[in-house]
Design a protein around this ligand. Structure first.
Ligand code: DOR
Length: 461
């Protein structure tokens, strides 16, 4: 009893994550013989971490440690930072919640997620932001951060928000009712706020005109005619113009067209951009077999767009790969167009999809680490994450570049229970995920008692 009372007092005295670490964590862990992906090279070396922080990336093989992991044959990479997920908590938790979404992250090698504000209630007030942070502290197996959502009249909130990666604007509407497309409101947000901004860029009036012309759309394929190339390009150009005129950092979420990539090549240092696996790997031909399962906003486009997105990644125009994980139930997806909702789940397979692309010769592992770990940390000013170096958090993933496995719906841990990549065989998989030095996922086995912590953002001043 005395022991339990002592534990209880430790738990109330320490912030949640620290209490867990203080009680559960082995003090020092040594990962030996992994091919470690560092920021400038990949080297076979030994990584030592203590109390959740990396202390050496070139430790002696015999360094003193409480736990030694022999990772011969495996690569060690920084934990993935997925800067665009929708975890539906609070409000739409029949699709996903912070526990199931973060569990899917742990399996997929994602150690930090940044979540979007289109929950119910939407994250458009400081109270809603803080309530989400509190909810996450109790439920999340990995680290977390939450965007503050823009409305036409909450610029005061956007100016005072802290503990957030930045501001999310839906310049075009998507799931939920967040929309800011009036020029005056957008001008104010870009002129008066200082946090980095990201946006969903699809031009609302173009989308509405297309929908009217097509009588609302009859087939899933019409989704890509309604949310077409022009809608994406107009909105991206409009947002970049606002950012550049106001000297404001701006991140273009989920770029979907070749035209946007070409346009982004000529933009300033203020602008960063991202691509999602569904826009890299799917195109309109996939509606035939997958129907609404690949209905997304922005819509999937054409094979030429897939190719230009890849070119944009390789030449550095697009810096980030993130998922836009947006789960809906299969029953919801089963409805005929346009009732079927847009969105698909992806966090537990995004890293494997990209590792498979390394094996197929599309890119290198160093590039994948740059797109999925280092770049999102840089774009969102995340403190001590995104690379393997002394002093950084021990958010790490062991990957087996030779493992072959098929994505199966019945094995998905997202609450939505399916993947658009069901039946796809991939080579290269995450096998073990560490959050603050603790193993949260190991080859099919979860430690559901582990909690991530709030990501810290250093936006300067
Ligand atoms: O297709 C989408 N669905 N795109 C988004 O950006 C939002 C998302 C959702 O929340 O369902």
């Amino acid at each position: 009893m005395a022991f339990l009372a002592a534990l209880a007092s430790v738990s109330t005295w320490f912030p949640h994550g620290l209490a867990r670490r203080a009680i559960k964590q082995k003090m020092k862990t040594l990962i030996r013989n992994a091919e470690v992906v560092l920021s400038d090279q990949t080297a076979k070396t030994n990584v030592l971490f203590e109390d959740g922080v990396i202390c050496a990336v070139d430790a002696a093989a015999g360094a003193d440690a409480d736990e030694v992991i022999d990772a011969t044959g495996l690569h060690l990479i920084p934990g993935v930072i997925d800067d665009q997920v929708h975890f539906r908590d609070p409000g739409l938790t029949h699709k996903e919640d912070l526990a199931t979404g973060s569990r899917a992250c742990a399996k997929g090698g994602v150690t930090t997620f940044l979540e979007m504000p289109n929950t119910n209630p939407a994250t458009i007030t400081l109270d809603a932001l803080h309530a989400k942070l509190d909810l996450a502290a109790g439920k999340c197996l990995v680290n977390y951060g939450f965007y503050i959502g823009a409305t036409p009249d909450n610029v005061g909130v956007l100016k005072s928000a802290e503990r957030t990666p930045g501001i999310k604007i839906f310049i075009g509407s998507s799931t939920g009712n967040l929309l800011v497309d009036q020029q005056a409101a957008l001008e104010r947000i870009f002129a008066e706020t200082t946090l980095p901004i990201c946006a969903h860029c699809e031009d609302e009036s173009t989308v509405r005109a297309n929908a009217e012309r097509l009588n609302g759309g009859k087939s899933y394929r019409d989704h890509s005619r309604i949310r077409d190339h022009k809608a994406a390009l107009i909105a991206t150009q409009r947002a970049v113009d606002l950012a550049e005129r106001n000297d404001h950092r701006f991140h273009v979420l989920h770029v979907s067209t070749a035209q946007e990539v070409k346009f982004l090549r000529g933009t300033s240092e203020l602008i960063s951009a991202e691509a999602c696996p569904h826009h890299l790997f799917f195109n309109v031909h996939d509606y035939e077999t997958l129907g609404s399962l690949v209905q997304m906003n922005p819509s999937i486009k054409h094979p030429e767009d897939n190719e230009e997105l890849w070119r944009g990644l390789i030449d550095g125009t697009i810096e980030v790969v993130a998922t836009d994980h947006a789960p809906h139930t299969l029953e919801e997806k089963d409805q005929p167009y346009p009732k079927s909702p847009s969105g698909l789940p992806a966090v537990e397979n995004s890293l494997a999809l990209m590792l498979n692309s390394v094996n197929t010769g599309h890119c290198t592992l160093q590039q994948v680490v740059s797109w999925m770990c280092a770049a999102p940390a840089r774009v969102w000013d995340i403190v001590n994450k995104g690379s393997i170096q002394a002093g950084f958090d021990a958010d790490l993933v062991l990957v087996d570049m030779n493992r072959e496995a098929e994505i199966r719906n019945e094995q998905q841990v997202t609450k939505s229970g399916w993947s658009p990549w069901h039946g796809t065989k991939l080579k290269g998989w995450p096998v073990r995920t560490f959050v603050h030095g603790q193993t949260v996922y190991n080859d099919g086995v979860f430690d559901d008692t582990i909690r991530g912590t709030e990501a810290m953002f250093d936006h300067g001043g």
